[in-house]
Design a protein around this ligand. Structure first.
Ligand code: N01
Length: 533
């Protein structure tokens, strides 16, 4: 049934961010509703049910830290949690903190309008209901707007096709099927080995070869889990003090300051240990091209070692960007999968996809017969989930117009001309460059504090200024320019994966800890850069 109601705060999205936001709003005693398009909580972990979906951050720290009892009671079963386990965790959180009473499922937001006279947001839903609230908090995720490429002929395809970020709830059985996967980002690299093990034949359509580090997943031994629980206070402190929200710090040593054999041994250890920690092996992997080359060369050598067919190995070697200048995937038997007889690698950079036919995929070279196509083609990242909500600020300005040349925010938390709207992990915050729950908690805590400040001070309006927004935009650009990240021309950090999207480096690359320090200083400084009334 459609609802028309008034609350203090409308939160959009019931993933990691929305659930914790609601918990904090309950604590503040504000009335709130969370509007969620899906028929369950979980966000990313609700939608991304593709084969092999698993978190690249380790389970014990890809979790909330806000409640000591929660982190002591919950036991993760593997080093990296699979999608189903994370979803169980988030369902547990929703129950444990009595959040469901204020969550409306199957409720997609279709528009949000600021009424400057009333000082409220009106939020419309697909179901026809409408909510009015003084404050609106978006918790829509950074990677929730699926990017299905516009390939001619998709409608005529006679088989089934899927996007990994909108995967069916029932198991998709690839047994006996000829499957094509488009995309070799983090998602494709997780899915490819699992699909290859089931399908009759798998054809991988690769546009940009990618680096990947072995995850080295395995069961979580009980003694390790017990030790982690005893050490949680220290672990969380390191996460908050780190560049990327992980419980390890980046080495202070330059890759160029050590002898070749020492560096090789360090990389070998990091490769054996597995996971995203490889990126922290040296201080300058993301800031100095020569340093980065040492890591990139090491991984290319590993690919040559693992992949038996030299020609296939050559096609898999990343050649247009340095390691970790695009988000680095981690994998379980990814490169090994190309040694299977039932796997074909097609380079669609040299032989582009031309069309999808009724029976397969045609490149400029030949047609590949397929029963199913899987698009692991990523997302309209960071801005996509916000823009599709049709947000209209003061004087009818739309967010789409305001961001026509790329996103503009102050601290990734607010947008000038859009009063009383807060964007959890918005563009301009470290978000996707970090372990997401860590930066989500930091944002939610900051928003909670400012709402408490408003409540206690009788404030009804908080809006950043264009000057603050412009200065922060310059800082985001400077932070990016201190790294090699903007050089990866096909990166979704730059919006390069979506045709027509402005090429702007969107996340804040200055590091999680220093960013959080800035947010704290801004608050201490009387919320510098915000106008409050
Ligand atoms: O998406 P991507 P993803 N024709 O954009 C290719 C997070 N994540 O879903 O590089 C042919 O990285 C595209 O090619 P190119 C993580 O932050 C986290 O894999 O643009 N190919 C690329 O190979 C990650 O970075 C976990 O040339 C086309 C691929 O599709 C983010 O999600 C797990 C194409 C898309 O790669 C996105 O990863 C998985 C076309 N028209 C993902 N369009 C965790 O474990 C695109 N491609 C937490």
């Amino acid at each position: 049934m459609a609802e028309d109601q008034t609350v203090d705060v409308v939160v959009v999205g019931a993933g990691f961010a929305g659930l914790y936001m609601l918990r904090q709003l309950h604590r503040l005693g504000l009335s709130a509703v969370v509007l969620e398009a899906a028929d369950g909580v979980g966000g990313t972990w609700y939608w991304n049910r593709y084969p092999g979906a698993r978190c690249d951050s380790e389970s014990y720290y890809y979790s909330y830290s806000f409640d000591e009892d929660l982190q002591q009671e919950w036991t993760w079963s593997e080093r990296y949690a699979g999608q189903a386990e994370i979803l169980r965790y988030l369902d547990h959180v929703a129950d444990r903190f009595d959040l469901r009473r204020d969550i409306r499922l199957n409720t997609r937001v279709t528009a949000a309008r600021w009424d400057d006279t009333a000082g409220t947001w009106t939020v419309d839903t697909e179901q026809g209901g409408s909510w009015s609230a003084r404050w609106m908090v978006t918790a829509v995720g950074c990677l929730s707007s699926a990017n299905v490429p516009d390939i001619p002929g998709l409608d005529s395809f006679g088989g089934d096709w899927y996007h990994t970020g909108q995967w069916p709830h029932e198991k998709v059985d690839f047994t006996g099927k000829r499957v094509g996967i488009v995309g070799t980002g983090s998602t494709g690299i997780q899915a490819i080995p699992v699909v290859a093990a089931e399908a009759e034949h798998l054809t991988v359509f690769q546009r940009t070869p990618n680096y990947s580090i072995p995850a080295r997943n395995g069961p979580m031994p009980p003694e390790v889990s017990d030790r982690i629980k005893q050490e949680y206070a220290d672990i969380r402190a390191v996460q908050r003090a780190s560049t990327n929200g992980h419980p390890f710090l980046i080495s202070p040593t330059s890759a160029l300051s050590v002898a070749d054999d020492v560096r090789s041994a360090t990389y070998e250890d990091a490769w054996e240990f597995g996971g995203l920690r490889f990126r922290a092996a040296y201080s300058d992997l993301l800031s100095d091209q020569a340093a980065n080359d040492t890591a990139s060369d090491f991984i290319r050598d590993k690919i040559r070692e693992v992949v038996k067919d030299a020609e296939v190995a050559e096609r898999l070697l990343p050649d247009d960007h340095g390691f970790a200048t695009k988000r680095p995937p981690i994998d379980t038997q990814y490169f090994e999968t190309y040694n299977r007889d039932n796997v074909t690698l097609v380079d669609v950079r040299s032989t582009p996809i031309q069309e999808i036919t009724a029976t397969g995929m045609r490149t400029t070279e030949q047609e590949y017969p397929l029963d199913c196509i899987v698009f692991a083609t990523g997302f309209d990242a960071l801005t996509g989930p916000l823009l599709r909500m049709n947000i209209q600020g003061r004087d009818g300005t739309t967010l789409r117009d305001h961001w026509a040349e790329g996103p503009k925010t102050y601290l990734g938390l607010q947008v000038a001309g859009f009063p009383n709207m807060f964007t959890i992990t918005g563009p301009g915050s470290p978000s996707v460059l970090t372990n997401m729950p860590t930066c989500i908690e930091q944002h939610v805590d900051w928003i909670t504090d400012v709402l408490e400040h408003a409540r206690d001070g009788g404030l009804t309006r908080i809006e950043t200024t264009e000057a603050a927004e412009r200065e922060w935009g310059e800082e985001v650009q400077r932070a990016a320019d201190r790294t090699l990240l903007p050089r990866a021309a096909t990166s979704w950090y730059l919006g390069a994966n979506v045709p027509g999207k402005p090429r702007v480096f969107m996340p804040y690359a200055g590091g999680m800890a220093s960013y959080a320090g800035t947010c704290t200083d801004v608050a201490k400084d009387g919320y510098r850069g915000f106008v409050m009334a």
